[in-house]
Design a protein around this ligand. Structure first.
Ligand code: ADP
Length: 185
């Protein structure tokens, strides 16, 4: 099973990605986590990504696409994968579509987790200062970037017939159950 999870910051995407990936037995690939690991280890990739992340901006596509393309060549994704946080704009989506088409491994579903702005803003603010990009100013910018850059993916994947939408409000278990209910058999 090859899945993508899309949703605004604070919608619980990361939590659901880990739970769903474990349930269906595929690796969860979070671009945010990979970037944060590189920032923590001060790798060249991390040093480049950090300035964008701290500002709530997207890391440039060339950097992100190359990182994901490489990750998708690892042996563990031969059974499938769950992408969390990628693609995040239409250009990334096109790059991913082309890579998967070339490998004859198209996506099975794209799960959109819907949550309104006030809800996710409150959730992120209450999460506290765990992350450098969780200040109110940067959170608001991440939400703006989501609305302008990432939200168009919903139409892109709907046209391709793979979009499934679930409401992200409720307990972790409730949202997980909704996602499992819309996964293709
Ligand atoms: P959130 O969804 O809460 O904003 P993520 O962990 O998904 O958190 O992403 C954190 C940051 O990592 C983003 O604000 C961005 O700077 C960077 N990032 C993650 N995924 C991508 C991507 N696909 N393209 C560009 N930048 C990304």
């Amino acid at each position: 099973m090859r899945l993508v999870l899309v949703g605004p910051p604070g919608a619980g995407k990361g939590t659901q990605a880990a739970v769903i990936a474990a349930k269906i037995g595929v690796p969860a690939i979070s671009t945010g986590d990979i970037f944060r690991a590189n920032v923590g280890q001060e790798t060249p990739l991390g040093l480049e990504a950090k300035q964008y992340m701290d500002a709530g901006q997207l890391v440039p596509d060339a950097v992100t696409n190359a990182m994901v393309a490489d990750r998708l060549t690892h042996a563990d994704v031969s059974i499938g994968f769950l992408l969390d946080g990628y693609p995040r704009n239409l250009d990334q989506a096109d790059v991913l579509t082309q890579q998967l088409e070339a490998a004859h491994t198209p996506l099975d579903a794209v799960i959109e987790i819907v949550a309104d702005t006030e809800h996710v803003l409150a959730r992120l603010l209450s999460r506290g200062q765990g992350r450098a990009d969780d200040t109110e100013e940067v959170i608001r910018h991440r939400l703006d970037v989501y609305a302008s850059e990432t939200a168009p993916l919903v139409g892109y994947y709907r046209e391709r017939g793979v979009l499934r939408t679930v409401v992200g409000i409720g307990s972790v278990d409730e949202v997980t159950a909704r996602i499992l209910a819309v996964l293709p058999a």
